[in-house]
Design a protein around this ligand. Structure first.
Ligand SMILES: *Cc1c(COP(=O)(O)O)cnc(C)c1O
Length: 617
């Protein structure tokens, strides 16, 4: 079961047989259906649970380096002698970044997910992936004996017992890798290829193989290959994977409640990991990477620190409020929904003086009113706290406007961005946020149980001087502990962190814009459909956060939220009751690993329900 987490992609080569096709790009940047093949490969690797991809570059390395800036889980290392050396020289160079068993791939491959999932599942330590006949015209045959590989050749006559065709995707354990590196040094030939090296060491090391008769894949070395892949291989893969998706998950649950949100299968799968003590260095590195990447999501690199708690989102809000306000200062809290009201409750438990700016739930902030309140209490205040996306009603409070105002009154800002973080682009530096709070189970699409606070480092450092009101939830102490020990202060939720790692990788894979666009499209389809059915919304559309919508309940004697919920729940859709506001509502969120197709199916189901139960709007 031990999943492989590293992969090496060999991408140094010149690809001379393709130069007239790719001209100014390296082979991996050949596009099929508008997507560079290397990006498709990276996406497959991430979904197969790979969290660190090392690309060995050479020819036109800057293309691959751009991937390393785009994806936190991609690193590049350059083989400077790429023009004169074989693939073994490149593989050797990856040693500086390799610290565990890994998958080895070539950069010019197009393949189906099964290639990776079979290697991940295999119990053998070293596995060379083989396929049935491809007729690609460039086959490398692999000779086998007693379940091990013995040699490889393009000349079938040199093969005694044919095991299959070499795909170019292998699972290599770190011991074998060390042997290959030693062998490479012994052979001392510039043009030494990794395939030859595998054959050479196979005498002394057991290298297994995995044969997949019908694996769909292609390598692109010349114009004919490109044609074969574009016209045959790629469409076959797409069709097969679409079918598999449907077959694998007929019972997929669509959560339209405001978090925990629907997660991907790969995030769910990431929960199952080998037991590990969280005091191990390896685990520290995992948490460190997560902290950095959470900061990166809101563009706080260099100036912000992330503190994690084992708690739901409210725990992180409580940690923040109870750790950063001085005894002789107060915090102004904007209350236009249940989560703003919750901040007031937290302050009351800790006797933190606060000033409430109350707006009718569901109504936007009246800025002149807010400003006059700030002016009146300027002397006492040190912080202003508010909810970005007020999930009670689906209202978006403007970070720009509130934080700008706060800046003018020299106040620090605490933003509950629970249900907007990773769903709506946020830039903590530009928007002058001092503390931003979220959790693992909303738009970041991980599992519930991790509270996240992203803190401006200066502010956090200054909070060290304050009298402590709390212990477990002290923001500064948790931060200090991690910095000094590279460990979380108290027992972390080990498996949830692995799932969060996976969720973060999938966020970067989708990109900030990609995620925001997907959510917005789901929202647009949702409200369009609801309006067509005759529903009304609690909040004016111009203030919608576009991640959750509060819908006014029908005035029809046949209507019952519970009956509607149960009908939809039985059919795989979970909806949520309303909370507060001047009118009775129910709520639908479009966060999580769902898209507009799911929303369309939901709308059909809802329409059927209304018909079946004779509700008119
Ligand atoms: C979900 C949510 C919270 C936290 O709720 P928990 O139940 O503690 O996870 C806080 N604020 C907002 C705006 C939320 O949407």
């Amino acid at each position: 079961m031990s999943t492989i987490h590293q992969a090496v992609i060999l991408a140094a080569g010149v690809g001379s047989r393709l130069q007239d096709v790719v001209d100014d790009r390296p082979k991996g940047f050949l596009e099929i259906c508008g997507e560079p093949i290397i990006e498709a490969s990276i996406a497959k690797l991430v979904r197969a649970g790979i969290s660190h991809i090392i690309i060995v570059t050479g020819h036109l390395h800057q293309f691959y380096d751009s991937l390393a800036s785009k994806y936190p889980f991609v690193s590049t290392v350059k083989n400077h002698a790429y023009a004169t050396t074989g693939s073994m020289a490149s593989l050797k160079i990856a040693s500086s970044l390799l610290n565990s068993d890994f998958l080895l791939l070539e950069s010019d491959l197009v393949y189906e997910n099964q290639a990776l999932s079979e290697l991940q599942r295999s119990t053998q330590k070293n596995v060379i992936l083989l396929s049935g006949p491809t007729d690609s015209g460039d086959e490398v045959y692999v000779g086998v004996k007693d379940k091990r590989i013995v040699n490889m050749s393009k000349d079938i006559k040199e093969i005694e017992v044919k095991g299959g065709e070499l795909v170019g995707i292998s699972k290599i354990c770190i011991d074998l890798y060390m042997k290959m590196v030693a062998q490479c040094e012994r052979v001392d030939a510039e043009q030494y290829q990794y395939e030859d090296c595998l054959t050479d060491v196979s005498d002394t090391t057991e290298i297994g193989f995995h044969y997949l008769e019908n694996l769909i894949w292609g390598e692109i070395d010349d114009r004919n290959h490109l044609e074969r892949v574009t016209e045959t291989v790629y469409p076959l893969i797409r069709e097969k994977e679409r079918r598999e998706m449907i077959e694998k998950n007929p019972q997929r649950k669509i959560l339209l409640n405001p978090g925990p949100a629907t997660t991907t299968d790969s995030v769910k799968a990431a929960l199952v990991v080998e037991d590990i003590c969280p005091r191990e260095q390896e685990f520290g590195a995992l948490v460190e990477g997560i902290r950095q990447d959470l900061v990166r999501i809101v563009h706080g690199e260099g100036e912000y620190e992330c503190v994690l708690f084992t708690s739901s989102g409210t725990g992180a809000v409580e940690a923040c409020l109870s750790s950063v306000v001085a005894d002789d200062k107060s915090v102004l809290i904007i209350n236009n929904g249940a989560y703003g009201a919750r901040m007031l409750q937290i302050c009351s438990c800790f006797d933190i003086p606060c000033i409430e700016y109350k707006v009718e739930w569901g109504e936007p902030i009246n800025f002149p009113e807010l400003e006059s309140m700030l002016a009146d209490h300027q002397e006492d205040l040190s912080h202003i706290a508010f909810v970005h996306h007020e999930t009670t009603v689906g209202l978006l409070n403007s970070i720009d406007k509130v934080c700008d105002l706060a800046g003018r009154y020299h106040l620090e800002t605490i933003v509950d961005a629970m249900s907007s973080f990773a769903g709506i682009p946020i830039d903590v530096k530009k928007q002058q946020v001092h503390y931003l709070v979220s959790s693992s189970n909303k738009c970041i699409q991980g599992m519930a149980g991790i509270g996240i606070v992203i803190c401006k480092r200066d502010s956090l450092e200054r909070s060290k001087e304050l009298r402590k009101r709390n212990f477990y939830f002290n923001l500064y102490e948790n931060y200090r502990f991690f910095n000094e020990r590279k460990e979380m202060q108290f027992t972390p939720p080990v498996q949830l962190l692995y799932a969060l790692r996976q969720a973060i990788n999938e966020y970067f894979l989708e990109t900030e814009k990609g995620r925001a666009d997907r959510y917005e499209k789901s929202y647009t389809v949702l409200i369009g459909g609801l309006e067509k059915l005759g529903f009304e919304f609690l909040v004016d559309k111009e203030h919608h956060a576009k991640i959750l919508t509060a819908i006014v309940e029908p005035h029809d004697s046949h209507y019952s939220f519970t009956a509607m919920h149960d009908y939809l729940y039985e059919r795989g859709f979970t909806i949520y009751p309303g909370k507060g506001g001047q009118r009775d509502t129910f709520r639908l969120a479009n966060m999580g690993a769902i898209d507009s197709n799911d929303i369309e199916q939901f709308l059909q189901c809802l329409e059927q329900y209304l018909l079946d139960s004779g509700i008119t709007l």
